[in-house]
Design a protein around this ligand. Structure first.
Ligand code: GLN
Length: 192
């Protein structure tokens, strides 16, 4: 750990947590893989990666992580959920965002694709997103701000310190979303 760098956890029960770690470190964060409750101590933010939301939910139950993860979010630590991570933030899972994710909404494996997403708040134009059996946001409450769409479907959203994207941005070589997220973690740490 180095002083001055925010410490960002990456939920590492399953999925592509390693790619997130690399990207976070590249944009100036220290990282820690999170597998058990004790790993959450002292984090300035957390990434919930893509993968398989059912498997991750089982891991969260097994480790008793659901309530501690909710607590982290309620305390104001920024949380970025990508793909399966977006699903885990919704009403039917951790409930940290007032929205309902529709799983595999674009279709299954055959409907994996790349698209440019204009994410509100991100400088430098649309970013490349990789959609792999991706969800979309089918419904949301007034506190959720939709910040990106593809073909008229909501694929990026914010609610307070939560940021959710239905695509993978950690593998397309564009680190702007992670940069923005690490900035949120830095501000949250200074405010704490
Ligand atoms: N389809 C997966 C799920 O529902 C999510 C896919 C992904 O994270 N790339 O869990």
């Amino acid at each position: 750990m180095s002083p001055g760098r925010p410490l960002v956890g990456v939920l590492a029960l399953q999925g592509d947590f390693a790619a997130h770690r690399r990207m976070l470190e590249g944009v100036g964060a220290d990282t820690r893989e999170v597998r058990v409750v004790a790993d959450l101590a002292g984090l300035d933010g957390l990434v919930i990666p893509g993968g398989e939301s059912t498997t991750m939910t089982l891991g969260i139950e097994r480790e008793g992580l659901a309530e501690p993860l909710r607590e982290l979010g309620r305390e104001g630590a920024p949380i970025l959920g990508s793909c399966a991570g977006l699903i885990l933030l919704d009403r039917d899972h951790l409930g940290l965002m007032d929205m309902r994710a529709e799983r595999n909404a674009f279709g299954r494996q055959v409907r994996s694709f790349e698209a440019d997403v204009d994410v509100r708040g991100l400088d430098g134009g649309p970013m490349r997103g990789v959609f792999i059996r991706a969800p979309w946001i089918a419904e949301h409450g007034p506190e959720v701000e939709i910040v990106g769409e593809v073909d008229g479907h909501a694929v990026a959203a914010r609610q307070g310190s939560m940021l959710a994207v239905s695509f993978h941005s950690e593998i397309a070589g564009d680190d702007r979303l992670h940069r923005m997220f690490v900035g949120m973690c830095e501000r949250a740490r200074l405010a704490a």
